[in-house]
Design a protein around this ligand. Structure first.
Ligand SMILES: Cc1cc2nc3c(=O)[nH]c(=O)nc-3n(C[C@H](O)[C@H](O)[C@H](O)COP(=O)(O)OP(=O)(O)OC[C@H]3O[C@@H](n4cnc5c(N)ncnc54)[C@H](O)[C@@H]3O)c2cc1C
Length: 351
């Protein structure tokens, strides 16, 4: 079988890249092994442009956001699905110091921060002693639905093989790549954290980390907002809320832990004023990078092998922009974003 592009991995990166290639009439095949702990299977799907305790606007937000909104809206129409909701995060300050940081940033005209006008409304639902602020607008992407529907559509089109990609069956030459009976002009790895053990890209400075979350039923809590304190409470599928998450860099297995479970439940017990019950416990790995910038582009030694990866904690916001950038680079030689282009690691990849 001859195709233009072989994609390895169908998390959010492989899904959105496939959609962009399809829009441009480029033929492709995707191979994915449906790993349950892939980041896209466990993420809450929040797109928040303000991050960290210092309330800093995220890198490249003005460029990333319009492409993300435009892409998901177009996919919704194309695939007949609903995956994006606009929302507001209510940030409950844990200390008076947190409140001061928020207020200072708000006074400096931070475009996404606002005072909460109706704090009293939330008293029946939450215990909070230092006030709260709004972060708005934000969006929740139903990332699991995006990936699930993508899989269904690509499978129906004969473009998805659900199997594990084996490196010993893969060969590459300057003008193409071959995997079993698939001959492609290029192969693009969208394999998430597994790229850290991919022989072609393992030299890249990944900083993968493990994250856990609980799926919780809280029938008395309005589903109008995302609530944030030490953990976030995010409206999720099946009338549940996603509660998380942890960040762990030092681990040997990608399994759930009692430590996170107990901690998240005790945070909820102290914070939430309405009854809740835990329904599920999720764990996944984030494909983060040491310099917090994605990895996109083609291998300096193997020009027919590319990568779209390293989305870290912001896959929903970043994947559309960088998938489109890579698709345009492949189709008509558009310049890759210099801060994301893996050219910055040319020396280590050329060894
Ligand atoms: C707990 C948690 C919460 C998160 N919350 C958010 C959030 O709220 N907002 C946000 O924007 N981001 C969030 N993220 C980060 C986000 O999930 C990631 O940035 C994003 O999903 C990465 O997508 P990806 O496609 O690069 O990788 P993945 O989702 O890991 O997908 C890679 C795919 O490749 C497949 N694969 C790998 N190797 C092979 C192989 N050899 N053969 C076949 N298939 C293979 C895997 O099965 C998988 O399907 C969160 C992550 C975690 C873990």
């Amino acid at each position: 079988m001859q195709v233009d592009v072989l994609i390895i991995g169908q998390g959010i990166c492989g899904t959105v890249l496939g959609w962009y290639l399809q829009q441009r009439g480029i033929s492709f095949i995707i191979i994915d092994d449906t790993w349950a702990n892939a980041a896209s299977q466990v993420a809450s799907g929040l797109m928040n442009l303000v991050t960290g305790k210092r309330m800093v606007t995220t890198w490249l937000a003005d460029a990333l956001l319009p492409v993300a909104l435009e892409t998901y809206a177009a996919i919704e129409i194309d695939w007949g699905i609903h995956i994006l909701e606009e929302t507001t995060v209510i940030d409950f300050f844990a200390t008076s110091g947190e409140r001061e940081v928020f207020e200072k940033r708000m006074e400096a005209n931070h475009e996404y921060l606002y005072a909460v006008s109706n704090e009293k409304f939330w008293i029946p639902f939450f215990n909070f002693y230092h006030g709260a602020g709004y972060i708005s607008p934000c969006w929740i992407l139903d990332i699991q639905e995006l990936v699930k529907q993508g899989a269904q559509i690509f499978r129906q089109q004969g473009r998805l093989l659900n199997t594990r990609f084996q490196f010993d069956q893969f060969t590459t030459a300057p003008d193409g790549a071959r995997y079993m009976d698939i001959v492609a002009n290029v192969a693009i790895f969208c394999d998430g954290v597994q790229a850290a053990s991919n022989p072609l890209f393992s030299a890249l400075p990944f900083s993968k980390n493990k994250g856990e979350a609980l799926l919780v039923s809280i029938p008395g809590l309005p589903r109008t907002n995302v609530f944030q304190q030490r953990y976030k409470i995010v409206p999720f599928a099946n009338e549940l809320f996603w509660v998380g998450s942890s960040f762990e860099w030092d681990y040997t297995t990608v399994t759930t832990t009692d430590k996170f479970y107990k901690d998240a439940v005790s945070v909820l017990e102290r914070w939430v004023n309405v009854p809740f019950s835990v329904k599920d416990h999720l764990v996944g790995e984030r494909p983060s990078t040491i310099d917090h910038k994605p990895f996109i582009g083609f291998h300096p030694k193997y020009p027919s092998v590319g990568i779209l990866n390293g989305m870290g904690t912001k896959g929903c916001l970043q994947a559309p922009y960088f998938a489109r950038n890579l698709a345009e680079h492949f189709c008509n030689g558009a310049q890759l974003h210099p801060e994301a282009d893996i050219k910055r690691f040319q020396r280590i990849l050329s060894r």
